[in-house]
Design a protein around this ligand. Structure first.
Ligand code: NZQ
Ligand code: ZN
Length: 385
């Protein structure tokens, strides 16, 4: 097993009425001025915003409003947030939303304490700030598991890239499955696939250890609960499982002892930089195509994946045949989720030129069944245009 350092300092409060139950207690431990950070308005439509402002005021906090964080958050918004934190003497940030709001806030947190531009500091000086302005999360959308880690996908339009920066972990996360009841079904399906993708991208890295056994159990659980959720979308038990399923891999627990990178995520990140693609929906297009290219490089692992995650029957089949069946089972699961299998069906404004740019600019992973070259990345994207 490869050596590793495992650290996940987030206090997770899981369950219904989480905000009412634990936010007042958490607020006792933070300073007087709280920045309330949120997205495009769902929190106002659902009534959560008013509830939170009430609890904050009841706790005697001064509330600084910071709304309008878009999906695929921008570095421009990070800088605006960091300025607000400094100008308003913010003591604590409460991030209310999905991966985009949480990612934006964890970098705002670090950038607000940085002695210079955080992007330059992170990428040029290779330094991160992990103890920025303290923050906590109210999770309103599952999938990214962003509440569990310090990483963040941030689009830098000026540089033509979407990159992963590391910032500050949340002090706490309030994960209440009832908030998932208002998420549009296709968006929740996107989150479910993103969750499965985090598991798969880790599973197919080099190494075979207890991490893979835990990972298989969670992947099987995602598929089982997701299929049931499609038939019963307001079932809180299913939503609870899907919410916790999405948090588990994102503490990077399943990466312990493994070695290697993600390949579909860096491709999607650059696709996003050019097209502002929806993260989970675009990953659902990319994955089967990528796996059709590499399954012959690790047939036994794909065969095991098919048995453990999709309950495929191995009787009388070669590893190669079972591997192929596993990838088609994945493609079929994606269709069952109501997700698209081509960029055109997804409604993305892409052409061959953009796909070339994506293939030329994305990071290429090692520690995967086979390292791809840029021509093959273009080919696998072109196959699902
Ligand atoms: O903006 P509002 O109006 O709030 O609406 C959002 C948004 O339109 C809506 N929504 C969220 N909660 C809702 C709700 N609508 C109704 N009811 C609710 N309870 O959902 C839409 C999508 O939200 P967003 O946060 O953009 O989605 P997601 O959670 O998928 O986050 C995507 C971002 O996370 C990054 C991605 O790169 C992308 O930028 N990721 C972060 C990761 C991490 N930090 O660990 C890992 C992932 O791989 C991913 O890269
Ligand atoms: Zn993801």
């Amino acid at each position: 097993m490869n050596g590793f350092m495992y650290y996940c300092p987030v206090r997770v409060h899981f369950g219904e009425n989480g905000v009412e139950r634990v936010l007042p207690m958490e607020l006792q431990q933070v300073g007087a001025t709280v920045m309330l950070a949120y997205g495009g308005g769902s929190v106002k439509r659902t009534g959560l915003y008013d509830k939170l402002v009430g609890i904050l005021e009841q706790a005697g906090k001064r509330v600084v409003d910071f709304g309008g964080i878009t999906s695929n958050p921008t570095y421009e918004m990070v800088l605006r947030g960091a300025e607000t934190v400094k100008d308003e003497n913010v003591d604590f940030i409460l991030a209310v939303g999905g991966g985009s709001v949480m990612d934006c806030v964890k970098i705002i947190s670090s950038a607000s304490k940085a002695p210079k531009d955080y992007w330059e500091m992170f990428f040029n000086d290779h330094k991160a700030i992990t103890d920025g302005t303290p923050w906590g999360a109210v999770v309103t959308l599952s999938g990214t598991g962003s509440e569990m880690n310090g990483g963040a996908g941030i689009t830098n339009a000026a540089k033509g890239t979407k990159a992963t920066l590391f910032g500050t972990h949340a002090r706490f996360a309030i994960s209440d499955p009832t908030y998932l009841l208002t998420v549009p079904q296709k968006q929740l399906a996107s989150g479910i696939f993103d969750n499965l993708s985090h598991c798969m991208e880790t599973y197919f890295q080099d190494g075979d250890c207890v991490s893979d056994a835990m990972n298989e159990a969670v992947m099987h659980d995602i598929v089982r609960n997701a299929r049931a959720w499609r038939k019963d979308p307001q079932n809180l038990e299913l939503l609870s499982n899907l919410l916790w399923d999405s948090a588990l891999p994102q503490s990077f627990l399943f990466g312990c002892g493994k070695r290697g990178g993600f390949q579909c995520h860096p491709i999607e990140a650059q696709l996003c930089a050019y097209t502002n693609s929806n993260h989970g929906m675009a990953l659902a297009v990319i994955h089967p195509s990528y796996y059709r290219h590499i399954m012959k490089d690790a047939p036994e692992k794909f065969a095991r994946f098919g048995q453990k995650v999709f309950d495929l029957d191995p009787a009388g089949k070669t590893a190669e045949a079972l591997a192929e069946e596993a990838v088609e089972a994945l493609a079929s699961f994606i269709r069952d989720l109501g997700l698209d299998s081509t960029f055109t069906a997804l409604g993305l404004n892409v052409d061959e030129e953009i796909l070339h740019q994506v293939a030329e600019s994305c990071a290429i992973a090692d520690g995967v069944p086979r390292r791809l070259d840029r021509a093959e990345i273009y080919a696998l994207l072109r196959e699902v245009l």
